[in-house]
Every structure is written in structure tokens, then in C-alpha cells.
Design a binder for this molecule. Structure first.
Ligand code: MCF
Ligand code: FE
Length: 409
């Protein structure tokens, strides 16, 4: 059992409690959390590690959506329009994958740890990122991705998917959790979706999918028109979408830990369905800005009682895997919301809501949650506790300490 204290503890719990001069008692899980004075009284014999002035302890950040296999990309892809981006990915993907070695991915994971991330939801297309994730102290929810829309290929694709999932499942541990990703409504055949989701239900695996991230995707799925028509006609000889948005969503019933990434073009009917499915929306603001110049209407989500979590997406659609960079971008992009309210909402989206999306017992500092937290140091005194969230987002580049499962890593 260990005790650590800081000037401030941001719990990200359901009441958004903030404790001034607080302390946490923990082993693998959090045993107690209170003011330093109360903890001293309750645990008089245990030595306390006191962090310095203007220190903050908060839950470790959870990056709920990232593609590590694209880690080598910096300048190869074209931004500004989704189809232009997709074409550049198809052209450059092999090169990017080859350069994204285990060594490079390990370096990126280390950078993520230093910038406050303690857990990731990694979408993996080929399992090229498996070894680096296994070697990392970060908790990984490893999503084996299913993709492919050609009916005559389904058997082969499904066999390949099952073989990859089996290999990934052989590595299951407390900090490595196998899961399933369905790429998107336009790229995965409904039969393949059905089979993969049956496995998820049977084996209780978390599921995630990209959903309605561009106006082109909306036009295609609803009306079989737009830039996707010529793109898919040329690539696969397709002239009709394989699923309508609601047909697609309806396939995801009875999945316990479910999330849909992007959703910037989701209709109100779609949002209602997503709520019905008890799913979380994963928001990747930098990716949305770079690929489409769109943003998620986070105010609208309240009307549907929907929660959103935060993700960076991969370096295929962002310039940084730092969750603090993503938080700052989100703070700048959503210019129509009160800054302090937005800051609190964003910290919650990067912790508690991300844990919800991935099905983890983490993301908030309260009794019995996993002891995953970060220690940061603010540059100067914060006089009003309502200004903590915004100052943490504005000023944190690197963390001082990272504790995962009670261990300093
Ligand atoms: O989230 C972004 C944009 N939307 C869709 N896919 C991806 C993103 N970043 C990487 N991807 C991957 C995806 O997992 O790119 C491929 C898939 O394997 C797209 S199809 C060429
Ligand atoms: Fe993505």
C-alpha cells in the first residue's frame, strides 16, 4: 500500500470532485482518496510521498482511438478532403506500414506515456503493432480490424480475421485486452459484420467502428451518390452502398462495450440509435479538421444523453499522438462553448468517458478503480479551483510521473 499527496486532485468522478491538498491511498487499485489531513488521521503509520507545490494528480489519459500502424507518417498524405486523403492512403500505405517498425511504434508509445496517456484503444489492421503494444507498460485494448466489402471474398476475409483474433487473444492479460473493430459502413460487408459481431457477443469483446466521418460518406450511404460513387466504382466496381446507416447500426445490438468514432455527419436518427445501443461516440477533433474540416456537434449530443470520449486517431490523420495536444485542439475548435465548462467536459472525455468506450475500470480516481494516474506540475499557483481544468489543458506538455496499476512506470 502506498500514499501520495498533491496540491490538487482532479478525480473526474461523477460529481467532478476536486480535492485541494488531497491524497490517494493505493495498491493495484485505489483504496482511499481524501484530503491529506484526513488521510494522515486514517493511516497514521504509512509514509506519504508529498509532491511539490502546484502539483496535480489526475486519472491517466485514455486515448480511445489510435492507429499505431501509421506511426511513420508525417508528410506523405493529402489532407483537406476525405476522398483525396483515402486515395493518398491507398497509394502510400505500404510504404508507411514498412517504415512503421516495432521500434518506431515503441518510441511513439513511449512518447504517449510521457505525454500523459496510460491506456489506448489501438485499431490494428494487420497486427504489425502487436509486439510493440505487448512490450509497452500502457494498457492496450487491441482492436483487430475487419475490412472488406466484396461478397466473394467474405470467407477468406473472415478466416484471416479469426486467425488474427486468435493470435491476439493468446496474449490476453490484465493490461492487454483483445477487441474487435469493424472498419466502417462503406467498407465492411454486412455478412462479415454479422459474423465478427457474433464472436464479440460470445466472447464479450469490446467493439468499435468508424461511422459517418465525411459529407461524402453521408451522400454515399444515404443516396448512393457523390465522390464515393466514382471512388468505389473504380476501385471495386460498386455502385450501391452495402448498408444504409441505420441498417449498419442495427447490427450492433447487444454489444456491451461499444463505440463509434467520428460521427460528425450522423443524423439525429443515427444519434438516437447510438444512444439506444448504449454506445459512446469517440471524438477525434484534429483528424476531423484535417480530413474534412468538420467538427462534432458536441452540444447536440446532450439532447440525446450521449457521451463522447477523446482520441487522437493515427498519425495518418494527425500531427501528434499527445492527448494534451488533442485536448488543446479540442479547446480551440469548439469555440461556441463556455471555456471552463468545455475544459471540464474535455478532461472527462479523455478519462472517464474513454474508459467507458473501451470497457475499462479506469478513468476516474475513486475507490476500487484501477490505480492509473498521472502527476503533473502547473507553472504557478492556481487561485480558483474552477480554473484548474483549463490551466491543465493549456500548460501541460509532459507529465512528471505515471502510475499504472499502482506501479511507477
Ligand atoms: O480514422 C481515420 C479516418 N477514417 C478511416 N480510417 C482510418 C483512419 N486512420 C487510419 N485509418 C485506416 C483504417 O483503419 O485506414 C484504412 C483502414 O485500415 C482505411 S481504408 C484504406
Ligand atoms: Fe481512425
Amino acid at each position: 500500500m502506498q500514499i501520495i499527496s498533491a496540491s490538487w486532485i482532479i478525480t473526474c468522478d461523477k460529481n467532478n470532485s476536486i480535492i485541494k491538498n488531497g491524497a490517494i491511498v493505493y495498491d493495484k487499485k485505489i483504496i482511499d482518496i481524501d484530503t491529506l489531513d484526513n488521510i494522515k488521521n486514517k493511516y497514521p503509520k504509512t509514509k506519504i510521498k508529498n509532491l511539490k507545490e502546484n502539483s496535480v494528480i489526475m486519472p491517466g489519459l485514455i486515448n480511445s482511438h489510435v492507429h499505431m500502424e501509421f506511426s511513420s507518417n508525417t508528410t506523405s498524405l493529402k489532407y483537406g478532403n476525405f476522398i483525396t486523403w483515402l486515395n493518398s492512403v491507398i497509394k502510400e500505405r505500404e510504404n508507411i506500414s514498412l517504415k512503421s517498425t516495432s521500434k518506431l511504434i515503441s518510441q511513439k508509445l513511449d512518447f504517449m506515456k510521457k505525454t500523459g496517456t496510460t491506456s489506448i484503444g489501438a485499431i490494428s489492421s494487420y497486427s504489425y503493432d502487436l509486439q510493440a503494444c505487448l512490450n509497452s507498460p500502457l494498457n492496450t485494448v487491441f482492436f483487430v480490424e475487419a475490412i472488406g466489402s466484396k461478397a466473394d471474398m467474405i470467407d477468406t476475409l473472415f478466416s484471416d480475421f479469426k486467425a488474427r483474433l486468435k493470435e491476439v487473444q493468446s496474449h490476453k492479460s490484465d493490461n492487454f485486452i483483445p477487441a474487435i473493430a469493424i472498419h466502417s459502413p462503406y467498407s465492411v460487408h454486412p455478412f462479415l459484420i454479422r459474423e465478427c459481431l457474433n464472436i464479440a457477443r460470445k466472447e464479450n469483446l469490446a467493439v468499435s467502428s468508424h461511422f459517418l466521418e465525411s459529407p461524402e460518406e453521408f451522400e454515399w450511404l444515404h443516396h448512393n451518390k457523390g465522390a464515393f460513387l466514382s471512388f468505389l466504382q473504380k476501385l471495386l466496381g460498386q455502385n450501391k452502398a452495402i448498408s444504409k446507416p441505420l441498417e449498419f447500426l442495427n447490427q450492433f445490438k447487444n454489444i456491451k462495450d461499444l463505440s463509434f468514432t467520428h460521427c460528425v455527419e450522423a443524423s439525429n436518427n443515427d444519434l438516437e440509435k447510438i444512444k439506444d445501443l448504449n454506445a459512446t461516440i469517440i471524438h477525434c477533433p484534429t483528424s476531423n479538421r484535417l480530413l474534412n474540416n468538420t467538427k462534432l456537434n458536441i452540444e447536440n449530443l446532450k439532447d440525446y444523453d450521449l457521451k463522447f470520449s477523446l482520441g487522437t486517431d493515427g498519425l495518418s490523420s494527425s500531427n501528434s499522438l499527445s492527448m494534451f495536444d488533442e485536448l488543446r485542439n479540442a479547446l480551440m475548435i469548439h469555440e461556441n462553448i463556455n471555456l471552463n465548462d468545455l475544459s471540464n467536459t474535455l478532461l472527462k472525455s479523455a478519462t472517464k468517458n474513454s474508459a467507458l468506450a473501451l470497457g475499462l475500470n479506469k478513468g476516474e480516481l475513486s475507490q476500487n478503480k484501477d490505480a492509473d494516474f498521472i502527476c503533473i506540475s502547473l507553472p504557478d499557483i492556481v487561485l480558483d479551483k474552477n480554473l484548474l481544468a483549463i490551466n491543465i489543458i493549456l500548460h501541460t506538455k509532459y507529465v512528471e510521473n505515471t502510475i499504472i496499476g499502482g506501479k511507477n512506470v
